[in-house]
Design a binder for this molecule. Structure first.
Ligand SMILES: [Fe+2]
Ligand SMILES: [Fe+2]
Length: 474
């Protein structure tokens, strides 16, 4: 509903801008003729644009539901549409013909996905083409040439950017898209036998627009990322860098947790790649999932280096409370450092609402009566994983800790442990992934990816000795 409202608003702004450009041209050409033909033209333009918006919205709803249901994405799309058509209106009225359509294609490809960028480029090419009409020939040569150059140039730029997440690639893609636009314009005007002066001026404006678009896309990317809280591949790649202050602090103050996070990240990335989930998001989510342990590193066995276990001096409830707190502490720390909400969500869900069974059982055996113990105090307070990436990080986190607890082991034991951990999360009394978006075939593929990755990294394992340590190490 919200997406439809946003698109309707963008459609209204788009139509008004196009008509404000086209109407004065019609008036200038047909000053002595009857107004009725002008209204026919306007009605025709509105119908064409309306149909294009309906097709765009329908495509998003049917084929790209994640984008259609994501209010932030839809707001971003509509804001970019408004900027493009308003700028096209202002520059046309000022007799300069700068259009930022290429900037929109590049930004949407980076911030959302290339399919949406391609469709949005088609939608905006139509409007920008109509706005470039010369008044005597609506939807004629000028409109067609500009429209075709925007469609092919934008498509080329999106194609050039595919799977390239570094910011330097944006300029290359923009320049390539601009070159394609100029070549298309040259071809279209040659066919239409346009004057040399007209060809040169149009190509100059389009070339300048393409270059400006690429520069603005690079310059404004981080603003859009933080304004709309989008985890782009470029931003996730930056967060993967070991020089990030949080990772550096984790390495210095909680080296065991840092190592565990790196291993979990390797597993999560392999599994996400195998099932076609966002492997970069899964990897970054695993890197940062346990940063909350920085508050009390020594409470987690992986950071005790064989020293005294602090939990020997605490009651089961104190131990459980201090360990359970790390999930919330991770969220606080990641929010403070302004990490993307997708990464924070992974940290907030990595234990779900699972039970700290070791300390719960210890409390029950001390009390001698299960009714004397409030089980809620021994449960994590997060939500169960709601995305594939979040579910993968939960599984890689548990499997990494469990396999490390095996110490020196065999391939068969590792395989059995991975199968046991995964099945305990899918079914059983505390099945955190019972209603996750993972399918059974996804789970089977994740299991294979984990086993393959473990066989590659087994020589780097850290040996733990008992089940408490296993639990604490997560
Ligand atoms: Fe963990
Ligand atoms: Fe954890």
């Amino acid at each position: 509903m919200m997406a439809a409202l946003l698109l309707s608003a963008a459609f209204a702004v788009n139509c008004i801008c196009v008509l404000l450009v086209v109407l004065p041209k019609l008036n200038a050409v047909n000053a002595d003729s009857v107004d009725f033909s002008q209204w026919q033209v306007c009605l025709g333009i509105i119908l064409i644009i309306a149909l294009a918006y309906a097709a765009f919205g329908y495509y998003l709803f049917q084929m790209n539901e994640n984008v259609f249901k994501n209010i932030k994405h839809m707001m971003l799309i509509c804001v970019l549409i408004a900027i493009t058509v308003l700028l096209a209106l202002l520059t046309t009225l000022a007799y300069i013909h700068i259009t930022l359509i290429l900037m929109v294609s590049l930004l949407v490809a980076l911030l959302i996905n290339d399919k949406t960028a391609f469709l949005l480029n088609l939608l905006l090419s139509l409007s920008v083409g109509i706005m470039n009409t010369d008044g005597t020939d609506i939807l004629g040569v000028d409109a067609f040439a500009v429209m075709l150059s925007c469609i092919l140039g934008g498509t080329a730029a999106i194609f050039m950017l595919k799977n390239k997440s570094k910011r330097g690639n944006i300029i290359t893609a923009g320049v390539f898209g601009g070159a394609v636009m100029c070549i298309v314009l040259l071809g279209a005007y040659f066919v239409a036998s346009a004057s040399a002066e007209h060809i040169i001026s149009t190509i100059a404006w389009v070339g300048a627009s393409a270059l400006l678009s690429a520069l603005l896309a690079v310059g404004s990317l981080s603003v859009w990322e933080s304004l709309f809280d989008v985890a782009t591949p470029a931003r996730l790649n930056e967060l993967s860098n070991a020089n990030h202050p949080l990772l550096k602090q984790l390495m210095a103050e909680a080296p065991g947790t840092y190592h565990h996070s790196m291993m979990a990240a390797a597993l999560a990335q392999a599994a996400a790649q195998r099932i076609g989930a966002d492997h970069l998001l899964a990897r970054v989510g695993a890197y940062y999932h346990d940063v909350g342990k920085l508050r009390r590193p020594q409470y987690f066995i992986e950071n005790q280096k064989g020293g005294e276990n602090i939990h020997n001096t605490l009651s089961p409830l104190e131990s459980a409370s201090s360990i359970i707190a790390h999930q919330k502490d991770s969220v606080k720390l990641l929010t403070k450092h302004k990490l993307p909400s997708e990464v924070i969500k992974i940290a907030s869900e990595h234990h779900g609402n699972s039970l700290m069974s070791y300390f719960y059982n210890k409390a029950v055996s001390s009390a001698g009566n299960p009714n004397a113990i409030n089980i809620k105090q021994y449960r994590y307070s997060g939500s169960r994983p709601s995305t594939k990436e979040s579910a993968i990080v939960m599984l890689s986190d548990c499997c990494e800790a469990a396999v490390r607890s095996l110490g020196d082991t065999t391939q068969e034991q590792v395989e059995q442990m991975v199968k046991n951990v995964i099945s305990s999360k899918i079914s059983g009394s505390d099945a955190q992934l019972a209603s996750s978006p993972l399918t059974l075939s996804d789970v089977a593929e994740i299991e294979k990816a984990f086993i393959k990755t473990f066989s590659a990294i087994m020589h780097e394992r850290i040996q733990y000795t008992n089940s408490q340590e296993k639990e604490n190490s997560r």
